[in-house]
Ligand binder design. Sequence first.
Ligand SMILES: CC(=O)SCCNC(=O)CCNC(=O)[C@H](O)C(C)(C)COP(=O)(O)OP(=O)(O)OC[C@H]1O[C@@H](n2cnc3c(N)ncnc32)[C@H](O)[C@@H]1OP(=O)(O)O
Ligand SMILES: O=C([O-])CC(=O)C(=O)O
Length: 466
Amino acid sequence: MFRSSSSATARYVSRACAQRRFASTKTVREVLEEVVPKKQLQLKQLKTEHGQAVLGDVKVEHVVGGMRGLKAMLWEASVLDPIEGIRFHGLSIADCQKVLPAAPGGKEIIAESMLWLLLTGKIPTEAETRQLSRELAEKGELPEYIEKLIDSLPSTLHPMTQLGMGVAALNHESKFQQAYERGIKKSEYWTYALEDSLDLLAKLPALAARIYRNIYNPGKPLPKINKDLDLVGNYVNMLGYGDNHDLTEYLRLYIAIHGDHEGGNASAHTSHLVGSTLADPYLAYAAGLYALAGPLHGLANQEVLRWQMNMQKELGGNITHESIKEFLWKTLKSGQVVPGYGHGVLRNPDPRFMALQQFCDTRPALLQDPIVQLVKKTYEVAPAVLKEHGKTKNPYPNVDAASGCVLYHYGLTQFKASHTAYYTVIFGVSRALGCLTQYVWSRALGLPIERPKSLSMDAIEKLIKQ
Ligand SMILES: CC(=O)SCCNC(=O)CCNC(=O)[C@H](O)C(C)(C)COP(=O)(O)OP(=O)(O)OC[C@H]1O[C@@H](n2cnc3c(N)ncnc32)[C@H](O)[C@@H]1OP(=O)(O)O
Ligand SMILES: O=C([O-])CC(=O)C(=O)O
């Protein structure tokens, strides 16, 4: 674990690069066994030495304003800075791109190396990353009852609803729940939480790919999991795009950088709350997925694509900055939000959006794609329009402004109707990295059930008068 000042980070990054020469072959469990006692001690000291320290005031505007800015949660794996954006254990996306191992033949960060960093605060070696990939691949096939459950659902049921159902039903397998029923000690909770979390992460690609197959390619055989591939390599293969190296690399990057966004976002917070009741990791993450399925959160990637396609249709062949500006004003004047813009914390363009743009900038096929071009052109116009409109505190793009449109280029064009659009499911596969990491840490640290105090308006007025 390390501080996030830029010089400390630079030193860490160069040390991490050097360390990678020594090929450690520890398992993620072994590394956690070493890290957990240190973190437990850190929390104990925080509570005893600084338990009464003040981190900020609670104002009426916090209570009635979605708790924006209120520092009220513990979340270990990442912290979001309004200007710099996300840092995973102090590392920015660019740092991660330098130090986290990629897949054989690839360049982008992969889910396994990001998961390792999130869980342990350490950079995995190549060998450790491969070993984690193999472990996940070996656990990746779905139980038959889950296949039957998913196959029984109507193809018109939103893929996010299906994903949440599949994840929740997988709790039939929960080792955490079984161990709890046996009456294990609290100090052992985290080890079962870790087993469930790895099992769930391993199965998510097969579950998500089955949903896609059932809706868009019914009857098409699903490939078996290839034990030599990384998690996302297998996911792309099961989605039916296995020969598309660029899409595979895009999804590796996408899934790694969407993995965690500190704890206050709606999906992470929901999963954290549900987990705090000691509901097992499957139930906790299923709950988080349903928060992700809202249009102000993860579903915005589908909304962006729908909105950009409507813009394309309405503006026709020759789209100019001026015509985009008019379309933006039309959206705003009709009382809708501009999807993919604004953020609860960020006050600058989202570095995840920038990383996806950078991916596009290095690939001529993407640069020539009309919908990808439109995303870029919209970015050149929208911040000024949103500033003039004057409502949003952040007129810049968030990650959702680009992500779905790039998938459209790579062939995920099935957008028959919003209620069957698949894009947010990929976000759902990714966000498990962060939510399940925190689930493990919450149990390792023995965090209590969440139960903030609520107030009615009358009660608030009474308190103010006092
Ligand atoms: C992965 C993610 O979840 S990233 C976010 C994805 N969501 C979107 O892209 C949807 C569009 N954006 C939004 O709706 C918002 O910016 C949110 C939900 C992301 C953040 O909400 P808030 O923190 O409440 O934003 P903020 O404090 O800036 O809102 C102030 C006002 O500006 C409006 N506003 C915020 N963003 C936008 C936008 N993109 N377009 C138009 N108006 C906006 C809000 O609706 C609010 O209006 P109100 O006072 O009439 O209620
Ligand atoms: O942080 C937020 O509120 C929303 C977001 O970008 C995410 O969850 O990835």
